[in-house]
Design a protein around this ligand. Structure first.
Ligand SMILES: Cc1cc2nc3c(=O)[nH]c(=O)nc-3n(C[C@H](O)[C@H](O)[C@H](O)COP(=O)(O)OP(=O)(O)OC[C@H]3O[C@@H](n4cnc5c(N)ncnc54)[C@H](O)[C@@H]3O)c2cc1C
Length: 441
């Protein structure tokens, strides 16, 4: 029996566990199987991370998009263990999982060790605060559903509070409440458009009596010379224009020096009102990766892997997704931390692990960039599509919106199969026709 343990059930890890189980027929071949697949995650359910800004704005309910790991495990024949990766012993080939506690801190599951023959680390990334004072304590990051939900509740509360305090603020032109988003990458930009939509929608349902455009300030601060630094300039220009129409204030070339309750201080000395601050200025590797029994990590703390996605240090350990430092020949910085990279690596890993189990030579991973899309809520989408080695083609309007929506549907199809994905799409449409577009409580 070859034991494959996958730690991290995110965009890459859950697709891998599902596809591997399908490949080896684990659901059908009870008793006569020669492979067993175990998935580990610190949470009990999966939500695709690129949707978290929608959860934060309330335009997507996690309840209708989450997938229970236990259910997926049962349907596909793999095992699921809830727990957080806290250590590794390469000599005894064991991963250590921390104890699981309930809301009151009572232990539900003790600390455990799991044996593996092949280990795949897919624990993603975490928010990078760059040592900015007050950022970790006073700004909200979007790393998990819990954080996104916390932000959503606070946004509604801040709108309601500001509506009640109407007229008490100085200056008739100043917004009554203001959200500051630090970082104008895709997450920050997409969130700003979603929040403008949410402010309008909440006003229509009477949850606040603010003017949703003028009284709700949305400021995006970017340290670099332009927004969307990872995307082509044309996409950034189109986005700037659209955000301007939505009344989103962009401050580029401005670094945040400190985050305080109620305001943000910039390095140029500006004090910006912030009833809520969101930190989306970058990601870094989870610190636990540096504690994994001497596995090589790079400057950013990611596990360094070869083109087979095996750790540079240990042939039995693989890594994929945001937590892996994988070279992208001809490009500096390696394969980017994106869902499409995690998806491609998961598909590759199914082939690689099949070869490994069958004792064949492992293939080599080659990342292919298909471009990027930025969704501006119901106000549109822009992006560029790459086919081959060219610069890519600019897309906007309904084409970009359709393509953006299809990315999430592709992930759902990888987990559910095409037929169930179609049913899920229909169910979501029906649900949307009987409930408000924005979660109101
Ligand atoms: C708001 C937002 C919007 C984004 N939009 C896009 C987009 O439009 N397009 C795009 O390509 N990318 C986007 N991204 C990036 C994309 O989400 C990531 O690149 C992708 O999810 C990485 O996949 P992964 O499998 O490596 O990690 P993840 O999907 O982050 O999954 C990691 C999993 O590991 C689990 N985990 C973490 N630590 C531990 C531990 N110690 N022990 C056990 N389990 C652990 C987590 O619970 C999680 O389930 C976005 C990210 C965010 C936050």
């Amino acid at each position: 029996m070859h034991r494959i343990v996958i730690v991290g059930g995110g965009a890459g890890g859950l697709e891998l566990a599902t596809r591997l189980s399908n490949r080896f027929g684990l659901r059908k071949r009870q008793g006569e199987r020669n492979v067993c697949v175990t998935l580990v995650d610190r949470h009990p359910a999966h939500v695709w991370k690129p949707l978290l800004h929608k959860v934060a704005a309330g335009s997507m309910s996690p309840a209708s998009h989450e997938l229970s790991y236990a259910a997926q495990a049962r349907w596909h024949g793999f095992d699921f263990h809830q727990g957080e990766l806290v250590g590794l012993s390469r000599s005894s080939k064991q991963v250590m999982l921390g104890a699981v506690h309930d809301d009151q801190g009572v232990e539900l599951l003790p600390q455990r060790a799991l044996d593996y023959d092949t280990l795949v680390v897919a624990i993603g990334s975490t928010t990078q605060y760059f040592g900015v004072e007050g950022a970790a304590s006073h700004a909200i990051a979007l790393d998990s559903v819990a954080q996104a939900e916390r932000f959503r509740r606070r946004f509604i509360e801040a709108c309601r509070r500001a509506g009640g305090a109407r007229g008490s603020e100085n200056g008739a032109l100043a917004p009554r409440m203001q959200v500051v988003i630090v970082g104008a990458g895709a997450t920050g930009v997409e969130l700003s458009a979603e929040l403008r939509d949410a402010a309008c929608e909440l006003s229509q349902y009477g949850l606040h009596d603010l003017d949703p455009t003028h009284d709700v300030g949305i400021v995006v601060i970017e340290a670099g010379p332009r927004i969307l630094p990872a995307l082509p300039e044309r996409v950034a220009r189109a986005t700037v224009e659209r955000l301007g129409q939505l009344g989103v204030t962009l401050m580029v070339g401005e670094s945040v020096a400190q985050v305080l309750p109620g305001c943000v201080l910039t390095r140029s000395g500006q004090r910006i009102r912030a009833d809520l601050t969101v930190w989306s200025a970058g990601v870094t590797a989870p610190p636990v990766l540096s504690l994994l029994d001497g596995l090589n990590v790079n400057r950013r703390g990611q596990l360094v892997v070869r083109d087979t996605l095996q750790s540079e240090t240990d042939d039995d350990v693989f890594a994929l997704g945001d937590c892996a430092a994988c070279e992208w020949p001809g490009k500096s910085g390696g394969v980017p931390p994106r869902a499409q990279a995690a998806h491609q690596q998961a598909a590759f890993m199914v082939e690689a692990l099949t070869c490994r189990v069958e004792g064949k030579t492992l293939p080599q991973f080659k990342y292919r960039d298909f471009g990027s899309l930025v969704s501006l809520s119901r106000f549109g989408a822009v992006g560029n599509l790459v086919a081959g080695s060219g610069e890519g083609m600019y897309v906007a309007g309904w084409v970009a919106r359709g393509l953006y929506a299809s990315l999430e549907r592709m992930h759902v199809a990888a987990l559910y199969g095409i037929r169930r994905m179609a049913i899920d799409t229909l169910a979501n449409r029906l649900r949307r026709s009987t409930s408000p577009r924005i979660k109101l409580h």
